[in-house]
Design a binder for this molecule. Structure first.
Ligand code: PML
Length: 268
């Protein structure tokens, strides 16, 4: 039996500023319960409750849904953020990002890539060779949307992630987003760390090595964060942006998950 699929999106603000957001793709029979969960998330946030929450449900044309496998997951345990950033830089270079571009991207995320040094809600698109920023609006960035675990496989994948110690929705959602980015045309790698001052684990992902978590990418209490998508110079930007923002992607299989690995400071 074919199920109707809906893209659910929640965006919340507080004092006129972005507060939280989340994405799901669910069957028609799950809309009510999932919307309630997303609303509850916005209203019980560690940063204080949202003042305004918008939830939308949009029916998807099943013919447009892409099915993909989640990337492999590895975790590098680093002693401090300096070691973490050196590790991120070498993983980016291994993926094909020019060393000077990797360094510039890390500096940009750390110093605030939005107007006036602010955190951006969306992602930066950066040419992996020249370092040029390609996103059309440097304030808005690119907002990756319409992706989730496939409803029939969802619980199996969530259970496997939980057994591997990756239970939190933050990790699951970042993995799904990174998986969508890696399946996009022309993407060489991604760098991300959260703008939550209490969460300093981030990741570098690339098509060959997958989702590589790094436990320290910023000092504790640092509000910097965001995402950089590194792309090949010949990328078709309109095609890439349309895929990332509009094309629905469901993940119906998990990649391999390796046990966390300790990275000593002098090995970085
Ligand atoms: C993880 O621990 O694997 C998630 C890292 C990125 C989180 C991004 C975010 O929460 O904004």
């Amino acid at each position: 039996m074919k199920i109707d699929l809906f893209s659910l999106r929640m965006r919340a603000s507080r004092n006129g500023r972005h507060h939280s957001g989340a994405e799901r793709i669910v069957g028609g029979d799950e809309i009510e319960a999932t919307t309630a969960t997303l609303m509850a998330r916005a209203m019980n946030y560690s940063d204080g409750d949202a003042h305004e929450v918008h939830c939308s449900a949009e029916r998807l044309d099943p013919a447009t849904v892409h099915y993909e496998r989640l990337p492999a997951v590895t975790t590098l345990l680093t002693a401090d953020w300096q070691t973490g950033r050196r590790a991120a830089s070498s993983l980016l270079c291994r993926a094909g990002v020019a060393p000077v571009v990797a360094a510039a991207a890390i500096h940009l995320l750390a110093s605030g890539p939005g107007p006036g040094g602010t955190v951006m809600r969306g992602a930066i698109i950066m040419d992996a060779v020249s370092g040029n920023r390609l996103e059309p609006d440097a304030g808005r960035g690119i907002r990756v949307s319409r992706m989730d675990l496939a409803p029939p496989q969802r619980q199996i994948i969530v259970d496997k992630l939980t057994i591997a110690g990756l239970k939190h929705h933050r990790v699951r959602e970042a993995l799904v987003l990174a998986g969508k980015v890696l399946s996009a045309p022309g993407v060489v790698a991604e760098l991300c760390w959260s703008d939550d001052p209490t969460y300093s684990t981030g990741y570098v992902s690339d098509p060959k090595y997958g989702y590589q978590r790094i436990t320290n990418l910023k000092p504790s209490g640092d509000p910097s964060g965001g995402r950089v998508f590194f792309v090949a110079p010949a990328v078709s930007l309109p095609e890439l942006i349309d895929y990332l923002e509009r094309q629905p992607v469901l993940f119906d299989a998990l990649g391999p998950i390796s046990p966390p690995q300790k990275l000593e400071s002098d090995n970085a």
